[in-house]
Each structure stands twice: as structure tokens, then as C-alpha cells.
Design a protein around this ligand. Structure first.
Ligand code: ADP
Ligand code: MG
Length: 252
């Protein structure tokens, strides 16, 4: 069974078909890229998986479970985490606090227990702290751990956004343009992290990315969209040299 299976999914915004009969299969352990020019429907495809949008037709299965039967708030619970093209963090909170938010799906204690601060709550807090400290170490965020997001450079916020998603220990990680706006050096770091996320943590990655250099280094498989439709799929080399992909990027 594939980890993620989208079959024939279509989504319209009024008269605009943003995602058109999209079929996409991601296998466990893969790093898979969605590419295509601006407006191709890549973020909308992510929003379908996150359940922010419901397709007018088609199906989406995660590990055999029907995602379309779930509400958006249930999606993290099955093991899907995401980052946003426009970073979405709590700006007045610290790096550590933002990463603790990522642990939300693992909370087992109730409100009353939390108010009473029972031993169970204390144990749970310790476990969350340990999981988050691991992510902080992994992403070299120690120097920023107690700083507020509002005062941090863009490149660091981008890493915190990745950390928030990773802290939930997902099975599938959706990264919307992880390298956009990053310097050459920051992009290089992102590359190593994505490699390690797959190799050391065993997490499957589906990413949207414009930097084809990065895509060809970290991805096994690429699907190109244009106008909501699949125009090519294959290895990074196959997709990059596909005439329909070249034409889409040249706008011809
Ligand atoms: P990409 O991420 O590939 O750049 P998007 O998925 O964001 O593209 O957008 C696909 C198309 O859908 C674009 O034409 C965009 O303008 C349109 N679109 C995206 N979100 C909305 C929305 N919430 N309402 C109306 N149109 C939208
Ligand atoms: Mg987008």
C-alpha cells in the first residue's frame, strides 16, 4: 500500500479549476517533489491533503485511510504535518514555545489534569520537552531557542517552521517551498536536513519547490503541474528535460 494516494482530485475556485483530475502516489520513504510555474496548483494540492479544501471529485487516501472523511483538525493526528509557503508561527512566542505547539497531537492529558498539574501531566511535559529539544539540536537552533520569532531573521524562521512540523514526529511531511528566500548556504543546510529527515527519521517527504538544483539533489520522484494538470512525472532528470515542462516554465 502507498502512503499517500490521490486519485483524480479536482478543485475549483468559482470558474477556475485550480487542481484538475490530479493523480499522485507517494510511497513510504520517498522524497517527492511537486513543481510547476506560479499558479500551477501546487499549494492548493497541499491544501487538499491538509483538508483545508475538499475536492469536488476524486479520493485521497493516507495509509489506506480516507482523508476526505476527516476534518482538518484530525489530519495531524494521523501523522501528516506541513509547513506553509508564508511562514505561520506565533511571532510573540519563543522558538521553544513554537516547537511545543507542534507537539499538540501527542497530548493525552485533559484540561482538569493540566490545571491540577498531576504527575501524569508532569511526565507528559517532560516527554514533550525532550522531543522538542531533539529537534532543536537536529536543526542547530540552540542559539535561538529562547528568542522570540519576531526578532529572528527570515532564514531562521524558515528553519523554525520546519522544526514545528518535525516536532510532531509525522509520517508524512509536507514542505511548501522550503528553500524559497534562503541564501545559497541556507539552501545547502536545508538539503542536508531533508536528506536526514528521510534517512535518520524515516519520514516521507512531499515538497513543493522551485529550486530545481535542490529538487534534483534530494528528490526521488517529481511531478510537474501546469494549470492544475499533471504535465510530466518521473525522475528529476526526466521531468527537467520534458518538453512540456520546459514550455510551461518559458510560458509558451
Ligand atoms: P501554486 O502554489 O502552484 O503557485 P496555487 O495552488 O496557490 O498555485 O494556486 C492555483 C490557482 O488557484 C491560482 O490561479 C490561484 O490564483 C488560485 N487560487 C489559489 N487559492 C485561491 C483561493 N483561495 N481563492 C481563489 N483562487 C485561488
Ligand atoms: Mg504555492
Amino acid at each position: 500500500m502507498s502512503l499517500l494516494e490521490i486519485r483524480d482530485a479536482t478543485l475549483k475556485f468559482g470558474g477556475l479549476t485550480a487542481v484538475n483530475a490530479l493523480t499522485l502516489t507517494v510511497e513510504e520513504g520517498q522524497v517527492f517533489a511537486l513543481v510547476g510555474p506560479n499558479g500551477a496548483g501546487k499549494s492548493t494540492a497541499f491544501n487538499l491533503i491538509s483538508r483545508f479544501y475538499t475536492p469536488v471529485s476524486g479520493s485521497i487516501l493516507f495509509d489506506g485511510q480516507d482523508l476526505l472523511r476527516m476534518a482538518p483538525h484530525q489530519v495531524p493526528g494521523v501523522g501528516i504535518a506541513r509547513t506553509f509557503q508564508n511562514i505561520e508561527l506565533f511571532h510573540q512566542a519563543t522558538v521553544l514555545q513554537n516547537l511545543l505547539v507542534g507537539r499538540h497531537r501527542h497530548r493525552r492529558t485533559g484540561m482538569v489534569e493540566n490545571i491540577l498539574f498531576t504527575p501524569r501531566v508532569r511526565d507528559e511535559e517532560r516527554a514533550h520537552r525532550a522531543a522538542v529539544e531533539e529537534v532543536i539540536d537536529f536543526l542547530d537552533l540552540q542559539p535561538y531557542r529562547d528568542q522570540r520569532i519576531a526578532g529572528l531573521p527570515y532564514g531562521v524562521r524558515k528553519v523554525v517552521e520546519l522544526g514545528r512540523a518535525l516536532a510532531s514526529k509525522p509520517r508524512l511531511l509536507l514542505l511548501d517551498e522550503p528553500a524559497s528566500g534562503l541564501s545559497v548556504e541556507e539552501t545547502q543546510n536545508m538539503r542536508w536536513w531533508i536528506d536526514d529527515i528521510r534517512r535518520q527519521m524515516g519520514i516521507t517527504v512531499l515538497m513543493v519547490e522551485h529550486d530545481m538544483g535542490l529538487v534534483s539533489k534530494v528528490c526521488d520522484r517529481v511531478l510537474a503541474l501546469d494549470g492544475g494538470k499533471k504535465i510530466a512525472e518521473g525522475t528529476p532528470a526526466e521531468v527537467q528535460s520534458h518538453p512540456a515542462v520546459i514550455a510551461a516554465y518559458l510560458g509558451t
